[in-house]
Design a protein around this ligand. Structure first.
Ligand SMILES: [Zn+2]
Length: 326
């Protein structure tokens, strides 16, 4: 476990370092196909009786050639080129708002101020969708990486002062116990500090609940353990009236290549081998069940279906029809 944690932190530190020095879109081929312009940052849909809004925390350029593991020679360049992309892609950070039982439930909190100015837009997107942070009743966390917890706190204040945060016990045990920070090598302490600074103020206020896989957290929302990316990584099943959406969390990062070759892992995975087998297990079930899935880092809004395709999968994004309110 300690070795895995060390490897993970080493790659995470390296990755974040690399991602911050990649020139924004300067050399990216995708600029020839679409110029990205500002968006409102939210997307409304409905799962059975439950309104679900996908929210954007923004995007950030990531050099996937530096981050992805296990790819065959030439596989990344040709895989991204197939999608009219270079290996430096503008990566989405998506969060989800679910209305159930009269409550407003958020899945993940975005980056806050931790990862640069192009991220940290969740609060703005939420307000654009007509919801104030104070109205949020619960924040369900997929895991405690900075792009998922950073937005819990800003300027020393709780961003969601009336919310209880929900974390899988395995995840809180890994990141939040005092020994975790004490035992972490000096270079990697910041990542434990990010997690603790974000979550512990809620814990101290009696607003942290731990859960285990299979727990029904709210009507229509069930936790599904999907460890590998982190020790207690959790996906969330949203079900209502025969409709189903599985919020994957970080089971996939590079849609242009990891559907076709799910054996490709990413340096952010704390246990790349387990991450790969979890991806296959969860994706196989989604293929069989034909239900919708959504990913934190699939291109916003990151919602669609998965089909089997040879040894891998095919990603079919939903038809993004737009109904303009009268
Ligand atoms: Zn992430």
């Amino acid at each position: 476990m300690k070795n895995q944690a060390t490897l993970f932190l080493k790659t995470l530190a390296l990755s974040i370092l690399i991602s911050t020095v990649v020139p924004r879109l300067a050399n990216a081929q995708e600029s020839t196909t679409v110029k990205i312009l500002p968006q409102p940052g939210y997307y409304n849909m409905q799962i059975g009786d439950l309104p679900v809004t996908v929210l954007s925390d923004g995007t950030n350029p990531l050099d996937m050639a530096q981050l992805l593991l296990n790819a065959k020679p030439g596989e990344l360049k040709s895989g991204f080129a197939e999608s009219f992309l270079s290996t430096t892609v503008e990566s989405s950070d998506n969060e989800f708002l679910i209305r159930t039982d009269g409550k407003l439930i958020l899945v993940d909190a975005g980056s806050g101020d931790l990862l640069g100015a192009s991220f940290g837009q969740l609060t703005k997107s939420l307000q654009n969708a007509g919801v104030q942070p104070e109205q949020i009743d619960a924040v369900l966390l997929t895991h405690l990486h900075p792009d998922h917890v950073g937005g819990l706190m800003r300027n020393g204040k709780m961003v969601f002062p009336n919310a209880t945060i929900y974390i899988a016990k395995a995840e809180s045990d890994f990141w939040l116990i005092p020994e975790a920070l004490k035992n972490a090598p000096a270079a990697y302490k910041p990542f434990f500090e990010y997690a603790q600074n974000a979550a512990l103020p809620y814990a101290k206020a009696g607003k942290l609940k731990a859960f285990k896989s299979g727990d029904v957290l709210f009507p229509g929302i069930t936790a599904l353990g999907s460890a590998g990316h982190t020790a207690g990584h959790t996906s969330y099943v949203i079900e209502s009236n025969g409709d189903k959406l599985l919020i994957l969390g970080d089971l996939i990062h590079a849609q242009a290549v990891q559907f076709a070759d799910p054996g490709i892992a990413i340096g952010y995975d704390s246990d790349p081998k387990e991450a790969v087998s979890t991806r296959r297990r969860v994706f196989d079930d989604a293929v069989k069940g034909k239900y919708l899935v959504a990913g934190s880092h699939l291109s916003f809004p990151g919602v669609g279906h998965i089909k089997a395709n040879g040894n891998g999968y095919l990603w079919i994004p939903v038809n993004y029809s737009t109904i303009v309110p009268k």
